[in-house]
Design a protein around this ligand. Structure first.
Ligand code: SF4
Ligand code: SF4
Length: 247
């Protein structure tokens, strides 16, 4: 069903015991319209039987206060307050495994809809997005500076406090162990593997053109500034390398 058809917006259903600050109706509509405006929306949401098959097969639903059925129902009934409320915490529980999409008899993709809600939460600079994504700032920094998401020197209990006690299982003498790998390019713990400078510069262009860097600026301005400096340096290095080839 196209979102351009008749509205299913529910009337206000307030929560008298909620401590959440009141959000203006206009803001709620703006957020929902941003979710709906995505090209994927009508593909991911076709209707909902409220059958609960998605929730029954969802791994996240087993461990968290989260239900893909609830997410789909909120969107299908255009429950603006419920959508906003779910974006404060629940949407970040999804593991993006898409088991739900494989099971839904209506061909919905609850996981895909969660992704749209997450992207919208980032676009609107919601605190939930900032809180959830903060631990990934070191990953983003590593990715921009080396082309690797993760390097061996990051895998320490201090570096991954959010992983819990199991990170101690990889707290090994990695500097020594990496020397045993036959490929010389892997004899470092600062990168997982070597990424070509041209590839890095091309990735920067992709991130700029697809709005990744705009999202980053919304979520973490300081990290954005650091990353822009690194990108400028890398681009200068690449230009120098090109000049050397011309000589
Ligand atoms: S499986 Fe599909 S139809 Fe059933 S509750 Fe989930 S989204 Fe709705
Ligand atoms: S994609 Fe998300 S909502 Fe769907 S089954 Fe996986 S964890 Fe659950």
């Amino acid at each position: 069903m196209s979102h351009s058809s008749s509205s299913r917006i529910q009337e206000y259903i307030g929560d008298p015991v909620s401590e959440s600050p009141v959000v203006e109706r206009e803001k709620l509509e703006e957020i929902f319209q941003d979710i709906q405006a995505d090209l994927r929306y009508d593909h991911e949401l076709n209707g909902c039987l409220n059958c609960g098959i998605c929730t029954a097969t969802c791994p996240a639903a087993h461990y968290y206060d989260f239900s893909p059925r609830e997410i789909v129902q909120l969107l299908w009934t255009e429950n603006l307050e419920g959508i906003h409320d779910a974006m404060q915490e629940k949407i970040w529980s999804c593991a993006q495994c898409y088991t739900c999409a494989a099971r839904c008899p209506f061909g919905n993709s609850p996981g895909g809809l969660v992704m749209l809600m997450r992207e919208t939460a980032i676009k609107h600079g919601m605190q939930s997005a900032k809180d959830v994504l903060r631990p990934f700032s070191r990953v983003m920094l590593k990715l921009i500076s080396t082309g690797n998401q993760l390097s061996p020197d990051m895998i320490t209990p201090d570096g991954f406090a959010d992983w819990g006690p199991n990170v101690s299982k990889v707290d090994a003498p990695l500097t020594t162990l990496r020397q045993a790998i036959p490929m010389p390019t892997l004899h470092t713990t600062k990168t997982a593997w070597e990424v070509n400078l041209k590839t890095s510069v091309e990735l920067y262009t992709i991130w700029e053109e697809t709005g990744v860097l705009d999202s980053l600026e919304t979520i973490d301005e300081n990290l954005f500034d650091v990353i822009c400096d690194i990108m400028d340096e890398k681009r200068d290095d690449y230009d120098d390398w090109l000049d050397e080839q011309d000589d």
